[in-house]
Design a protein around this ligand. Structure first.
Ligand SMILES: C[S@@+](CC[C@H](N)C(=O)[O-])C[C@H]1O[C@@H](n2cnc3c(N)ncnc32)[C@H](O)[C@@H]1O
Length: 434
């Protein structure tokens, strides 16, 4: 299936694959694509993010909102619609599974307070930089140059065949030095530089530092090497500093998103403990999230190349399934404990908005956990929005195609928008009735 990704503010289709045609993207080399070329004729919006109708690349929010190719992320327009509909200006939004930080970013840019957490370090770097980048791009570029000066001869040595074919020797030298030296947890300069490296670590030829690869998901290493060898494809020689400089120039061209209150709190932590650790008087007006889907995406494996650059994973993927949630009991526990923590840190009249997988187990586990956490809220669902998640899907009709569903929990008596229909939950989610 083709997914639309936003990378660096660009709209990119995610159906390239290793086997895709190699189309050098010359516009992208200049830090823009043809779509943006047209848009660049539009004058910079004088509006603040909160008032700009649409966050196109001519706005500051449009420059930052797409930061970080990541799997299963929210479209920014959708996130904005939910935040603006269900959280008052100045209110508080929490996302316990925030991924690349779409929800906290949107909350910040529309003048709400926000907390987000994720256990994946790649997601955390994107979310943190997106909501709180180092304000001076000159410092980031200076640091990029320092890293180049610190490259030593060992940094050029490939640890395996994948690395040999993925990056040229000069690029690999740079990446290894960055890997050794960047303090992405502690320094905003280093984190902003690391985010720039992560975004372009692997991509279509011409769009990043690597041989032909997808920008979204990390590819299987053996398959990739075989594919490159069969086509005689060698990694491109990229001037890393020139490349970073162009990308930073594009990203910072409209400045950074201004804030009225605090910047969002973004934690690299399990959602259960991170939310539970919030101050006793923390009360979110909106819990807005999308949990991992049971047995579907493995956020570690899908990010193994980027995790390697962060020093958080091996130099070659090992098929680790730690973040896939194949164990149904563990999965139910994760959702129940996370939403229970959220319930304790949300206001009495809070709205809960969850986008999840329409397949039976994930959906039932989500409804169960939500009902345990908020037994007194009214439940609503968008059964037909994706055209796939029907009542039969709720009951596990194997013939139904998987899709996503939106679950909305409102204080009793509040009306849901027309696209939602009421969902009666009878204590045991196995007895869900539409
Ligand atoms: C569907 S994605 C969320 C994407 C997000 N809405 C966005 O726009 O980027 C689910 C996220 O949950 C994270 N996750 C999985 N288990 C977690 C846990 N125990 N605590 C916090 N985050 C977790 C994954 O790393 C993944 O980023």
């Amino acid at each position: 299936m083709e997914a639309i990704l936003q990378t660096g503010g660009d709209l990119v289709t995610n159906n390239i694959g290793l086997g895709g045609a190699v189309i050098p993207n010359t516009a992208a080399k200049k830090g823009t694509n043809s779509k943006q070329k047209n848009k660049s004729k539009i004058a910079a919006s004088p509006e603040t993010p909160v008032t700009a109708k649409s966050w196109t690349p001519s706005t500051v929010a449009g420059r930052w909102c797409g930061l970080g190719p990541y799997y299963a992320m929210f479209p920014v327009g959708f996130a904005r619609e939910v935040v603006e509909s269900y959280c008052p200006p100045g209110g508080v939004v929490a996302d316990p599974f925030c991924g690349r930080g779409t929800v906290p970013f949107v909350a910040m840019a529309t003048e709400r307070q926000a907390v987000g957490c994720d256990i994946n370090p790649v997601a955390w770097v994107y979310a943190k930089v997106k909501t709180d980048p180092h304000p001076d791009k000159g410092d980031v570029l200076e640091r990029a140059k320092q890293i180049r000066e610190a490259i030593c001869s060992d940094d050029h040595i490939a640890e395996n065949e994948f690395q040999e074919y993925a990056w040229s020797s000069s690029v690999l030298g740079y990446l290894n030095a960055a890997r050794r030296l960047l303090d992405w947890r502690g320094s905003s300069i280093d984190r902003t530089l690391m985010a720039t490296l992560l975004v372009h670590l692997h991509a279509k030829l011409g769009d990043g530092f690597s041989n032909q690869m997808r920008q979204s998901k990390s590819m299987a290493p053996l398959y990739s090497v075989k594919w490159w060898k069969a086509r005689g494809m060698l990694p491109p020689v990229v001037d890393v500093i020139e490349f970073i400089s162009a990308r930073l120039a594009w990203r910072y061209a409209k400045g950074i998103v201004p804030v009225t209150g605090n910047r969002p709190q973004i934690e690299l932590e399990d959602g259960r403990t991170a939310i539970a650790a919030l101050a006793d008087d923390f009360a979110a007006n909106l819990i807005f999230t999308s949990p991992p889907y049971c047995g579907v995406t493995n956020y570690r494996y899908d990010n193994w190349i980027r995790l390697w650059l962060l020093g958080e994973g091996p130099a070659i993927a090992n098929g680790n399934t730690k973040q896939r949630y194949v164990n149904k009991i563990e999965y139910q526990k994760l959702l129940s404990e996370t939403f229970a923590a959220c319930s304790r840190k949300s206001s009495e009249d809070a709205t809960i908005y969850v986008r999840t997988d329409a397949r039976e187990f994930t959906l039932q586990a989500t409804i169960t956990a939500l009902h345990e956490a908020w037994p007194n809220k009214s439940f609503f669902v968008t059964p037909s929005k994706f055209g796939k998640a029907t009542q039969t899907a709720l009951y596990g009709d194997a013939g139904s195609k998987p899709g996503e569903m939106d679950l909305l929990l409102l204080p009793q008596g509040r009306k849901a928008p027309d696209k939602f229909m009421p969902l009666h939950v009878t204590g045991n989610a196995g007895l869900v009735k539409l």
